[in-house]
Design a protein around this ligand. Structure first.
Ligand SMILES: Nc1nc2c(ncn2[C@@H]2O[C@H](COP(=O)(O)OP(=O)(O)OP(=O)(O)O)[C@@H](O)[C@H]2O)c(=O)[nH]1
Ligand SMILES: [Mg+2]
Length: 453
């Protein structure tokens, strides 16, 4: 597994207190694990463990014994001891495996708190692992994704990032940036009118921008895997939105009628597509002027659905000519076009969607013809490539800032500015796995964790 860059751990990050938490979910189970980390872990256990003395226990070994509170037995447990730095957090650690259910572990936890431990905050074990350079920040985020994964593809993606895929890819990008800086800085001092910027300069910028685009796309799609995606179905009244919604869900969830304006309140339903949890949103029809056929409230709900969607399916009725409402639907950016009612004779003009670079699928929601084609396209758009290295909003943001700086560098009026922007790009990229993350970033990342992780 790739480790974050080595180097001494700054003194101010070393944690002086010992924390504890129940690491297993609440409820009935065969075992429940209480986790401890910090310099006094084994000393505290010496006071409450009846069995071989924990502070003399060999690292990475298990012993059975009893947890006792002032002479009365609480539970027979298995104690696993770890010594710094060879543990998850990099500190002295222990795991106390109790009998399952909530009573034994809670009693052990309460006793540990009375004996010198402090209750851990959400994600504090992993936070300590980052502070002690056992994990990088992107690996810590991957830990959260591993725990929260609900599908095998989501889990596999997280596992790759936990194994250091993001670190390796970021290192590759930094390498390319350094090469480009060297190339650009080599030109500082030349009179640019005598020595125009070389072509390979432009090619290198373009290559880097392409690589960053792929990385950003992967990071955004990685978010779909962990958090799911929202897909809104829009179109003017009666084009078949609800029929398509039902077809994609595989059940008759929304009401379908021949009357335009049937769907008034937005309906949401979640389904699994290519391993991604997709929330489909059926909306009320869009018209050229809201307030006549479609109420203003319905129109507003549709606008909100579009704004919050990760992807929009813009549905048109292929059996009819273009109507005014279609123009508003076609104006929605980044949508996938669906030409519905392919079982009927075509009247929809072929040229209407030309010039708009986007995917188009012809299908019949009523008969089901080519709905599989739409599903394939959605799967391609939702699933990151097998090698996606980055994931989540924080990483996507750092990559987007890197990209902006590289773009500014490529458009810079002189070599000095170009080089300056490349340094800014390296700094932005470095934020994915900072050598020393500041408290604010750590707070934001670990707020999403559960206690005990
Ligand atoms: N022939 C044919 N009819 C379809 C197809 N899809 C939908 N329809 C019909 O078109 C009519 C409207 O379908 P809906 O799914 O209710 O359309 P909608 O876009 O949800 O309509 P509103 O909710 O009123 O905006 C119904 O009579 C459907 O049976 C299709 O692929 N082929
Ligand atoms: Mg409808």
């Amino acid at each position: 597994m790739t480790r974050p860059s080595a180097g001494p751990v700054p003194k101010d990050t070393v944690c002086s207190d010992t924390i504890c938490a129940i690491a297993t979910p609440p409820g009935v189970g065969s075992i429940a694990v209480v986790r401890m980390s910090g310099p006094d872990t084994l000393k505290i256990l010496d006071r409450v463990f009846r069995g071989p003395r924990p502070s003399r226990q060999q690292a990475n070994t298990c012993r059975t014994g009893w947890i006792r509170d002032q002479g009365s037995d609480i539970d027979q447990v298995v104690l696993t001891a770890y010594r710094a730095p060879r543990s998850y957090t990099g500190e002295q650690m222990a795991e106390v495996s109790c009998h399952g259910g909530s009573v034994a572990a809670s009693a052990v936890l309460a006793l540990l708190c009375r004996s010198g431990c402090r209750l851990a905050r959400p994600g504090e074990f992993t936070r300590r692992a980052v502070l002690n350079r056992k994990l990088s920040l992107s690996q810590a985020e991957a830990v959260l994704d591993l725990v929260q994964a609900q599908t095998l593809p989501a889990y596999r993606g997280a596992l790759r990032r936990y194994q250091g895929r993001s670190l390796a890819e970021a290192a590759g990008l930094v390498g390319e940036l350094k090469d480009l800086v060297a190339l650009v800085e080599h030109h500082i001092g030349f009179d640019e009118t005598d020595a125009p910027w070389p072509e390979r300069f432009k090619a290198a910028h373009a290559g880097l921008l392409r690589r960053l685009d792929r990385a950003i796309l992967g990071a955004e799609r990685g978010r779909f895997l962990s958090e799911g995606a929202r897909v809104a179905i829009i179109g003017r009244p009666n084009v078949g939105k609800s029929t398509l919604f039902n077809r994609l869900l595989g059940e008759e969830r929304a009401v379908v009628t021949r009357v335009p304006g049937t769907t008034r309140d937005r309906i949401e339903e979640t389904t699994l597509m290519a391993g991604v949890r997709v929330t489909l949103i059926d909306t009320g029809g869009m018209t050229a002027r809201p307030g006549r056929l479609i109420s203003r409230r319905t129109a507003q709900q549709t606008e909100e659905a579009i704004a919050r969607a990760d992807m929009v399916l813009a549905v048109f009725d292929r059996s009819q000519d273009v109507r005014p409402g279609d123009h508003r639907v076609a104006a929605v950016e980044n949508s996938v076009c669906v030409l519905n009612k392919s079982d009927l004779r075509r009247r929809f003009p072929t040229g209407f969607l030309n010039g708009k670079t986007r995917s188009c699928v012809e299908l019949s929601a009523r008969t089901g013809a080519n709905v599989a084609g739409l599903k394939r396209l959605l799967a391609r758009r939702l699933l990151p490539g097998a090698d996606a290295a980055f994931s989540g909003a924080r990483q996507a943001q750092a990559l987007a800032e890197t990209r902006s700086a590289v773009l500014r560098s490529s458009q810079a009026p002189d070599v000095e500015t170009s080089a300056f922007e490349l340094h800014a790009a390296m700094e932005a990229l470095g934020r994915i796995d900072p050598a020393a993350a500041d408290g604010d970033i750590l707070d934001r990342v670990f707020a999403r964790f559960c206690v005990g992780k």
